[in-house]
Design a protein around this ligand. Structure first.
Ligand code: FAD
Length: 286
């Protein structure tokens, strides 16, 4: 099923992200976690591509497995920063052959040593290419606090509009820990004529180390209420996990109460976290 059709139903939905294994040795562990998450009956599940040092070769395989064994609609991520046009075309063909209808089109982070391929400068070019390649439902990434490389939020939104105009059916946000940042962002993009549905990304922070990484990579703002939780529970893994899940659940309840329908959880293959969030929202997202 196409994600744009799921979103068009206008009902609150929960979806989850998983990342593929780095090596064949980890395949079964990832499959098991993904199937456990699939059992919570999410609206869809996304599978990252080459993010966090992982490889990309398992993205299509895990996405197909989620659909065939998990009976859940998959969304395959695809990055273009290190790809040639030829490689992207091969992957699109592979996605077609595996009947994967939904693609999150991303540029990807510029590698530390610099680019090795220059066929694509920005995700908008990948979006245009996917649109030409077939009947895919295409998503793009967006950044409520502005992308780290952007000089200003306004400039980032101008480029976001170009990306949407290139053919995005929906957007998915980067994580944030203060919902007011999201509400402000939604107001600004709507004002600039970006009307596609926005799926809101929420990261349940379940250990203190994650926070350091998040701040280093994306400069995400941490509200004092969130910092107090980390200060108090950061050295107690079980307490931090419980508090992190509660914080994320609280964020989601506030989002749904304020009219946001689609929530995507950066569940990082943690099926117990996905299950706990799902259970806490059983009467809110039915
Ligand atoms: P773009 O949309 O190309 O934007 C990148 C930067 O370029 C922005 O600052 C933008 O304002 C600017 N820009 C765009 N067009 C122009 C233009 N014409 N002229 C000048 N500047 C321009 N990474 C992975 O490696 N794998 C994943 O699976 C993955 N999944 C993600 C999922 C989500 C929901 C999000 C939010 C991010 C994900 N990322 C992933 C990270 C993402 O690849 C990085 O944040 C990357 O740095 C930007 O990708 P993008 O697609 O947003 O890029």
């Amino acid at each position: 099923m196409k994600i744009r059709d799921i979103l068009a139903e206008g009902k609150p939905t929960l979806s989850f992200e998983v990342f593929p294994p780095k090596t064949a040795d980890n395949y079964e562990t990832v499959e098991k976690a993904a199937l456990e998450i699939a059992r919570t009956r999410p609206a869809f599940m996304s599978v990252t591509y080459g993010a966090g040092g992982g490889t990309s070769e398992y993205t299509v395989r895990i996405a197909s497995m989620i659909r065939d064994k998990g009976q859940v609609t998959p969304l395959a991520h695809l990055t273009c920063v290190s790809s040639t046009r030829e490689r992207v075309r091969e992957l699109l063909q592979e996605l077609k052959e595996n009947h994967i209808e939904n693609i999150l089109a991303l540029r990807g982070d510029i590698p530390e040593g610099g680019r090795t391929a220059f066929d694509y400068m920005y995700a908008s070019e990948l979006v245009a290419e996917i649109k030409e390649a077939g009947d895919f439902c295409i998503g793009g990434a967006c950044y409520p606090e502005g992308h780290v490389e952007s000089a200003s939020k306004d400039e980032d939104i101008i480029h976001l509009k170009e990306k949407v105009d290139a053919g995005c059916d929906f957007l998915t946000t980067q994580m944030f820990f203060d919902n007011n940042i999201l509400y402000n962002f939604l107001y600004r993009i709507r004002e600039k004529g970006i009307t596609v549905p926005v799926i809101v990304g929420i990261m349940p922070v379940t250990n203190a180390k994650q926070i350091t990484r998040i701040c280093r990579m994306s400069g995400t703002y941490l509200p004092s209420r969130f910092k107090a939780i980390v200060d108090r529970f950061g050295n107690d893994p079980a307490a931090m996990k419980q508090a992190g899940i509660a914080y994320a659940t609280d964020q989601i309840i506030d989002l749904i109460a304020n009219g946001v329908n689609a929530v995507h959880i950066y569940s990082m293959n943690k099926s117990d976290v996905a299950e706990r969030i799902r259970d806490s929202l059983s009467q809110i997202i039915r």
